[in-house]
Ligand binder design. Sequence first.
Ligand SMILES: NC(=O)c1ccc[n+]([C@@H]2O[C@H](COP(=O)([O-])OP(=O)(O)OC[C@H]3O[C@@H](n4cnc5c(N)ncnc54)[C@H](OP(=O)(O)O)[C@@H]3O)[C@@H](O)[C@H]2O)c1
Length: 330
Amino acid sequence: MKVAVVGATGLVGTEMLTVLAARNFPVSELIPVASERSKGKEIDFKGKKYKVVTPSEAIALKPDVALFSAGGGTSLEYAPLFAAAGITVIDNSSAWRMDPTKKLVVPEVNGHVLTAEDKIIANPNCSTIQMVVALKPLHDKYKIKRVVVSTYQSVTGTGVKAVDQLMNERAGIKDGEKAYAYEIDLNVIPQIDVFQENGYTKEEMKMILETNKIMGDDSIKVTATTVRIPVIGGHSESLNIEFEHDFDLADVRAALSAQSGVIVVDDPANLQYPMPKDAHGKDEVFVGRIRRDESQANTLNMWVVADNLRKGAATNTIQIAEALKEKGLI
Ligand SMILES: NC(=O)c1ccc[n+]([C@@H]2O[C@H](COP(=O)([O-])OP(=O)(O)OC[C@H]3O[C@@H](n4cnc5c(N)ncnc54)[C@H](OP(=O)(O)O)[C@@H]3O)[C@@H](O)[C@H]2O)c1
């Protein structure tokens, strides 16, 4: 299969190449794509070198599938052109996620919605993906009424520039390029993406709206506070979940353990709980600190961690491609 990776020189694109190789996705020819700035640069994939091309050049090379992670503007401009040329696009930006004509897919949760009509498929926001994977088995069993989520998000969620900012600050380099308005080392920034009129940030609204769309249930109420922290391994989330029905903690653990893509790490006696350090480079969503919220009936607290560049981006994108291939749609 001819596979184009649009944004191949970026953080998510680089991770996509790693995941394509690790999962043995049948790539007969790789087409690495980036901006004019990177044209001609060589990318290593499975021991072979490939030259970076521009999006227009990639369309002419007619890949079977194009995995986009080059920002919303690039997706808005080029995804329709790829699709018009018969190339299926799986897009990591926020450009198409809430478009009612586009599917927003996490394969373990709603992979069944994919059909032959889908030529541009949206990959959800990283913090939403890891949350819905953990929520899905609990919603099926106890019906979720409301979720209160607070996030602790890695700088890798902002791209190469943000990792450089953190590392420069740690090294005492003051005049490097800045991805954030404030210092991130030894700090916490309670703002991810831009503020909306209602006082929430765009990232918070993404978590709310995307959850309803992926779970196919607008009755689930979600409220979110999203926060950037000086970490690189992955995103962490504190979830407070109120259900319609009561639950047994052992059954909650069993349901989470049985969910594909989830690993339960929950042994307080031995100080075992998920941490971004351990999730780094892994494809799964890790869940721990599972306990009853004793302040309210039918309510659960838990802690969810995943590598945002893996399950939050590259892995989920490639799982969508695998699902399309399995259905004979690419
Ligand atoms: N980081 C995450 O956790 C995460 C998670 C989910 C989704 N995403 C989304 O994925 C996208 C990329 O994120 P990232 O973190 O990988 O950013 P990044 O490290 O800054 O990389 C951006 C990539 O996009 C390419 N690019 C920029 N403008 C382009 C253009 N006009 N035409 C073609 N390629 C262009 C860049 O190529 P050059 O090298 O030529 O500049 C680079 O390969 C964003 O839309 C982001 O919202 C990120």
